[in-house]
Ligand binder design. Structure first.
Ligand code: SF4
Length: 288
């Protein structure tokens, strides 16, 4: 059996930058707090926790006066920075530059739109950390659209009024085809619509390349954390072109009896999956 690791898989720049910033800080200071999980990937969190990284929630901030807290690549709403100031913690801000630019774009668009009675729409997962950070740029007024069915419901019930100015943005890790379909649907009804395709280039280029990789292999092992929303999207993409696609968090979860001697097994992962995890799974398969 041949085992291939997808050359485009591994952490994206934003997540990789947050992890290496944490590693450097920990090497010097031995302890660092991350506001929320630094990456949706339990194995990597375990590795970093052994180096001294502690994950805290918003309610944990007041008890950390004087400590240093990392803001992860997903970014945070303005209210978090106010909370941190009040709590007296120092921040290491690892918001991905792409997310930061998107936050600023949404804030600027919102200030113009709200004066004209318009609405900012964000295609994304409600409650996801990045989406919370984006909604926070509009004082909580942006409307999050999760899917086509959700959009139809919001148009039907008047939550989205197409007679008013609208601006559509996307969470950086969403599916480009779904975003295009939502934009097309809105164009049918909206008279004044601006569309900002803000899907990260790293993600959109991955879609095409990953589809090609998954089609070229006879079996796909997709490695990602259970909580990774980008992992769910990319795994479904693999499965759409290769029905023999399996999602695992680590080599321990490889299902029995899925490989054949003449298989080409392709190993790939989400934007939060590290190279070392892909390599470990590849090694385990090579030993079978
Ligand atoms: S997917 Fe893109 S925008 Fe999101 S953290 Fe990674 S590099 Fe940044």
């Amino acid at each position: 059996m041949r085992v291939l690791i997808d050359s485009g898989s591994g952490c994206c720049n934003g997540v990789g930058r947050a992890i290496s910033t944490a590693e450097h800080y920990l090497a010097e200071h031995g302890e660092l707090f991350s506001l929320g999980a630094i990456v949706h990937n339990d194995a990597e969190i375990q590795r970093l926790s052994e180096l001294g990284l502690r994950t805290v929630g918003y309610d944990g901030l007041p008890s950390l006066r004087g400590a240093t807290v990392l803001i992860r690549a997903h970014g945070e709403p303005p209210s978090t920075y106010a909370l941190a100031r009040e709590a007296g913690v120092s921040l290491i801000d690892c918001t991905c530059p792409v997310v930061l630019a998107l936050q600023r774009k949404i804030a600027a668009e919102y200030s113009g739109l709200s004066a004209r009675g318009g609405t900012v729409l964000i295609f994304g997962k409600r409650g996801h950390a990045e989406v919370n950070g984006l909604v926070g740029q509009t004082d909580g007024h942006a409307v999050v659209v999760e899917s086509m069915a959700d959009l139809e419901e919001k148009l039907r019930t008047g939550v989205i009024d197409p007679s008013r100015p609208l601006a559509l943005f996307s969470q950086t890790t969403k599916d480009p085809e779904e975003f295009a379909a939502l934009a097309d649907r809105l164009r049918q009804d909206a008279g004044n619509l601006e569309i900002f395709n803000t899907i990260c280039r790293h993600v959109s280029s991955r879609h095409k390349a990953l589809k090609e990789f998954a089609s070229a292999c006879s079996v796909i092992i997709f490695v990602c954390g259970r909580e990774s929303s980008n992992g769910k999207v990319l795994f479904e993409l693999c499965r759409s072109v290769n029905p023999r696609s399996y999602k695992v968090e680590s080599a321990d979860e490889l299902p029995d009896g899925i490989f054949r001697p003449d298989d080409t097994a392709g190993i790939c992962g989400a934007t939060s999956t590290t190279r070392w995890q892909l390599e470990k799974v590849a090694e385990a398969i090579s030993r079978l």
